[in-house]
Design a protein around this ligand. Structure first.
Ligand code: ADP
Ligand code: MN
Ligand code: MN
Ligand code: MN
Ligand code: MN
Length: 341
């Protein structure tokens, strides 16, 4: 027997609790989260002297953009501007998680900051009261990149805690379900108003990654994680406006579909990399080459739910976006097509 075989006295969880349960006085931890140059999330934490009551009380921070694929080494300082804050489900108490958008020192948005132009469009058309709801599909993998095995009892660990953490933080999780492919799941965020959609979806992904890590699980947002006769993973994007939700809304949706048909290529351009592997016209998808829409049609680019056709008003579902999308780009191009074309 070697020294390495000796059992530790405490489990990792109770070691962690021994420290994280210590009182932190009046100090608050604020974890700033941002989107890097690889469609991934990064974070760093700042100690504050008191609990902020408004986002404007949080200061602009910075980081080395050259290490995150976001800026050249010779001009690497990248600014983090707080845009939304949430309760921290990990540190709990008054601690917060802050979503931050990235800018250069001169105030111009970072090349990977797709939020800036999206927020402008949302503001410009705020009176249209556009709501979004995104269905985030994802695949759970083990550390060898194989689909995560279903544990005995049938319900993979991270799901329950994930749902609760998001609700605690203030993310509008509206539902959760298992998918057709084993180890593939979906949760829905929404309805969210305007820019809130992108903010909340990005934040929800951060929580999902963090909790999966606790369970020794990796999350993949690849649109076709397994080649062959398996369903891909998407981010169906549901949309309604003040006009589509009002009486006569179905006619408004139909006229929107004519606009969408003309801008298929512009949409596909921001609906995710390798989406062509998923949008094959099979496995409940439409073909990537052609825009189609229909009532209750899961093989179309856009589906109008049957209930919407019956009541004559409501929302439509754009089924084209891949699971890996940047939701700012997707909600942004939808706004452009609806109001600027
Ligand atoms: P599906 O039948 O396609 O699986 P889901 O129940 O998974 O539908 O997801 C429906 C999504 O639509 C949710 O994100 C929900 O928030 C969103 N949603 C519901 N009503 C509206 C609406 N009026 N406008 C925009 N989004 C909506
Ligand atoms: Mn440093
Ligand atoms: Mn769904
Ligand atoms: Mn689904
Ligand atoms: Mn759907």
């Amino acid at each position: 027997m070697s020294q390495y075989d000796i059992e530790p006295l405490l489990s990792k969880a109770s070691i962690l609790a021994k420290y994280s349960d210590l009182p932190q006085g009046d100090k608050i931890m604020a974890e700033y989260v941002w989107i890097d140059g690889h469609n991934h999330l990064r974070s760093k934490t700042m100690t504050l002297d008191k609990k902020p009551t408004d986002i404007s009380e949080l200061r602009i921070w910075n980081f080395d953009g050259s290490s995150t694929g976001q800026a050249p080494g010779e001009n690497s300082d990248t600014l983090l501007k707080p845009v939304a804050m949430y309760r921290d489900p990990f540190r709990r108490g008054d601690n917060i998680i802050v979503l931050a958008a990235t800018y250069a020192a001169d105030g111009s948005p970072n090349v990977f900051n797709y939020r800036e132009s999206c927020a402008k469009l949302m503001e410009k058309y705020a009176d249209e009261d556009v709501w979004f709801g995104i269905e985030q599909e994802y695949t759970m993998l083990d550390y060898f990149d194989r689909p995560y095995g279903w544990p005995k009892g049938g319900f993979p660990g991270p799901q329950g805690p994930y749902y609760c953490a998001c609700l605690y933080a203030g993310i509008k999780i509206s539902g959760i379900n298992a998918e057709v492919m084993p180890s593939q799941w979906e949760y829905q965020v929404g309805p969210c108003n305007g820019i809130e959609m992108g903010d909340q979806l990005w934040m929800s992904r951060f929580f999902l990654h963090r909790i999966a890590e606790d369970f020794g699980v990796k999350i993949s947002f690849h649109p076709k994680p397994l080649q062959g006769d398996w369903n891909g993973a998407g981010c169906h994007t549901n949309v309604s406006t003040k006009a589509t939700r009002a009486d006569g809304g179905m006619a408004v949706i139909e006229s929107l579909m004519e606009k969408f048909a003309k801008r298929h290529a512009e949409h596909i351009a921001v609906y995710g990399e390798e989406n062509e592997k998923r949008l094959t016209g099979r496995h409940e998808t439409g073909s990537i080459d052609k825009f189609t829409w229909g009532v209750a049609n899961r093989g179309a680019s856009v589906r109008i739910p049957r209930s919407v056709a019956i009541s004559g008003k409501g929302y439509f579902e754009d089924r084209r976006p891949a699971s890996s999308i940047d939701p700012y780009q997707v909600t942004g191009v939808i706004m452009e097509t609806m109001y600027e074309c």
